[in-house]
Design a binder for this molecule. Structure first.
Ligand code: ADP
Ligand code: MG
Length: 691
């Protein structure tokens, strides 16, 4: 018997190959599969008569196969499958390319449902490469008719395969445990969990999608509220170390910077330092658009916390800075080392698991004249590091895994989290629980804007600092949506920039080529650019499947301008700072969310040089996706972009999951203040009852 916990490999037709591919999408059990949500839908509308079909229109027809045969076109090296389909209004020619297996699956006499675009060539109309499924009595059509879900895919799984698997298990949604209180569901007229999940995959009409989305959105907000209320309780009696404001050193630090701090940076730093002075645990969000200069503000906090440790001789206390990726952690390590070079503070980098950490600790040489020569970085690789050695550090920089339960950090005094793209309620809660005596101050840095009302309602007591400006010499990034046929022009432009000794990012959605989807991949693009387009230029690539050391090396080399073009997946999305890069070219841009694209764009324009962002539209993109991308041409402000994105969605295009920028909110919108308020009310009622 298959149940929710069964492995997906128990499903019919799922062998090793497919289950491995599903693993890559984090789908291991039936329940995971049910929780793999569509990101958009197509509404195919009513089935059309063949005689009603119009050239250029996408439609569904249903009929009988009169004839089906394979042909080879040697000139074009294509395998062509041709068929004639008849319904009671007429007959139409259907053509598929390079899908020879079709003539084995489909036979004359079969009834089929086809969805595709009618095209005309040399005066003859044909339906080209339509999606097909056999009509079998008693079975619902799921690929070609009505409202059809689309999923974010990678790893060579198709939408069709996924829908097919989901159909097999969709009845198990009844067994999902519904955690929303019954009276809450009644008051708000919300669907049961099971039917919501069923409808999100196989909606009958638009109303189904709306209702399912509302239920799932509410649940996300409700859970967040419950967590936030219990966090509040948790923190109520907790104390944090009081970290004095070291005015003299802070001033020294600020005047050592190669630039003047902006007023908003000063203000934010001041607010943070005020919080840290108190024994009341700080829970603060530092919000500022990409490139607004949050790192230096965070460094001021780290500096003060490190100074307290040294001056008060508190043993084994650390301040932590955590980044979402190793590349970013490494970069922060270097940046902050440089920023704090005049201070006698030990900074260490901690990556991967503790046992095989690349432990780097820099010890400043106190002899000033020898500084240049002797400031050496001692690196010990893959060596078990003794705890005592580790505790020598005043500041530890690493990835988000730094505060996993087992890391031997005894007394974190200050924890700064960079770009975690979460609300961080859970993380804050974990830290609160960590020690019985003192709980660390907590500061979260984010470029993803949260409306203030939501921030307040989610954390209850959260404080927000805002850097609303960007350093003044920075210019607006010239952004352009470019169609595939104008790609040459972009390449020409890139050539000029490179002659100017500037560097280029090229982003692709996938790592490996996948011809089925026609989506650009890093490996393909790298090959194309280095062999055909720019054979004389040094180009490198970067993706998440590479080893950490390889990634680091590539980033280092890019930073030191050893090569000109970096072809990469979204691993460079957050925080990476290469001031000399002036062009960001994004392939298949419509596959990314606007917030994410805005992040990519923030990788350039980080110096006084004019920078550019090209959003490439693939051939298959719709006008809708062009419109969406044009929001980025118009606006440079993350908050505005998020708002516009949402408006476009509201205007009729049906979306499954929403890209709010926060993984906790797949369905809920940051701007749905009404639902947020209701979730808050209901959470309060629930918590009271629970006592
Ligand atoms: P983000 O807020 O996206 O993390 P960073 O902290 O990485 O931004 O800062 C982006 C760049 O701007 C860095 O190179 C940093 O040195 C520089 N920077 C920060 N503050 C200022 C300032 N006040 N004036 C000029 N440049 C600044
Ligand atoms: Mg940053």
């Amino acid at each position: 018997m298959i149940n929710l916990n069964s492995s997906i490999s128990q499903l019919k037709g799922v062998g090793k190959v497919i289950s491995n591919k599903l693993f890559k999408l984090d789908i291991e059990t039936i329940e995971d599969l049910l929780y793999y949500f569509p990101w958009r839908y197509d509404d195919i509308g009513e089935t059309k008569k063949i005689s009603e079909l119009k050239i250029g229109e996408i439609a569904n027809i249903q009929g009988e196969i009169e004839l089906i045969q394979n042909k080879r076109s040697f000139k074009k090296r294509l395998n062509i499958t041709e068929a004639l389909i008849t319904d009671d209004s007429g007959t139409i020619k259907v053509v598929w390319f390079n899908q020879a297996y079709l003539s084995r699956n489909l036979k004359a006499g079969d009834n089929v449902s086809l969805t595709g675009k009618l095209e005309e060539k040399n005066g003859q109309a044909s339906l080209n490469s339509p999606v097909y499924e056999k009509i079998i009595k008693g079975q619902k059509l799921i690929h070609t008719q009505g409202i059809i879900p689309f999923y974010h895919l990678s790893a060579g799984i198709s939408n069709k395969q996924l829908r097919h698997l989901l159909k097999q298990v969709i009845s198990l949604t009844k067994k999902l445990k519904d955690t929303l209180p019954l009276d809450t569901k009644k008051r708000l007229d919300l669907l049961d969990l099971g039917s919501a999940i069923e409808k999100i995959h196989f909606p009958q009409d638009k109303d189904d999608i709306k209702k399912a989305q509302k239920r799932l959105a509410f649940e996300e907000l409700f859970e967040l509220q419950i967590k936030s209320l219990s966090l509040k309780k948790e923190l109520k009696d907790k104390k944090s170390p009081a970290i004095e404001f070291h005015q003299k050193e802070t001033k020294e630090f600020v005047s050592s910077l190669p630039f003047d701090l902006m007023p908003a940076q000063k203000q934010s730093a001041w607010e943070i330092l005020q919080d840290m002075k108190s024994e009341k645990p700080m829970t603060r969000l530092l919000q500022g658009d990409v490139g607004s200069g949050k790192t230096v503000v965070a460094t001021i906090a780290l500096l003060n916390s490190a100074l307290r440790k040294q001056k008060d001789k508190v043993e084994n206390e650390q301040s932590l800075l955590m980044a979402p990726t190793e590349i970013l952690a490494q970069q922060h390590f270097q940046t902050i080392q440089k920023l704090l070079k005049d201070f006698d503070i030990k900074i260490s980098l901690y990556t991967r698991s503790f046992k095989e950490a690349n432990f780097i600790i820099q010890e400043k040489n106190t002899e000033k004249e020898e500084k240049e020569k002797k400031t050496k970085t001692k690196t010990k690789k893959k060596e078990k590091i003794k705890d005592e050695k580790y505790f020598e550090a005043d500041i530890i920089i690493g990835t988000h895994s730094l505060i996993q339960n087992k890391t031997p950090i005894e007394k974190p005094a200050l924890v700064i989290v960079d770009e975690q793209h979460r609300f961080g309620v859970e993380q804050r809660q974990k830290l609160a629980k960590r020690t019985d005596n003192l709980t660390p101050h907590y500061l979260s840095l984010t470029a993803t804007p949260i409306p203030r009302s939501l921030a307040l309602s989610i954390y209850g007591h959260l404080d927000v600092s805002n850097i609303k400006t960007t350093p003044k010499e920075r210019q607006k990034i010239n952004t352009k949506v470019v169609s595939e046929e104008n790609k040459n022009k972009v390449h020409q432009f890139i050539k000029q920039r490179m002659q100017n000794n500037e560097q280029i990012f090229v982003i692709c959605p996938l790592v490996d080529p996948s011809d089925k989807l026609g989506v650009k991949s890093v490996k393909e693009e790298y090959k194309n650019l280095s062999e055909n387009v720019f054979p004389d230029i040094n180009i490198a690539f970067l993706h998440g499947k590479m080893k950490a050391e390889e990634k680091t090396k590539v980033m280092q080399d890019f930073l030191s301008n050893k090569f000109k073009i970096l072809v990469s997946t979204s691993v460079v999305e957050v925080g990476v700072d290469v001031a000399n890069a002036t062009v960001m070219m994004i392939e298949d841009a419509s596959r990314f969310g606007l917030a994410q694209l805005h992040q990519f764009r923030g990788r350039v324009g980080r110096s006084d040089k004019k920078s550019y962002c090209f959003l490439m539209l693939s051939e298959i993109s719709s006008t809708k996706s062009k419109e969406r991308l044009q929001v980025l041409e118009k606006y440079n402000n993350g908050f505005k972009i998020a708002e516009e994105d949402l408006k476009l969605r509201g205007s009729g295009e049906m979306y499954g999951t929403i890209q709010s920028g926060f993984p906790e909110l797949k369905f809920a919108s940051l701007f749905d203040l009404d639902l947020i308020k209701k979730a808050q009310e209901e959470a309060k009622i629930y918590i009271k009852k629970d006592k």
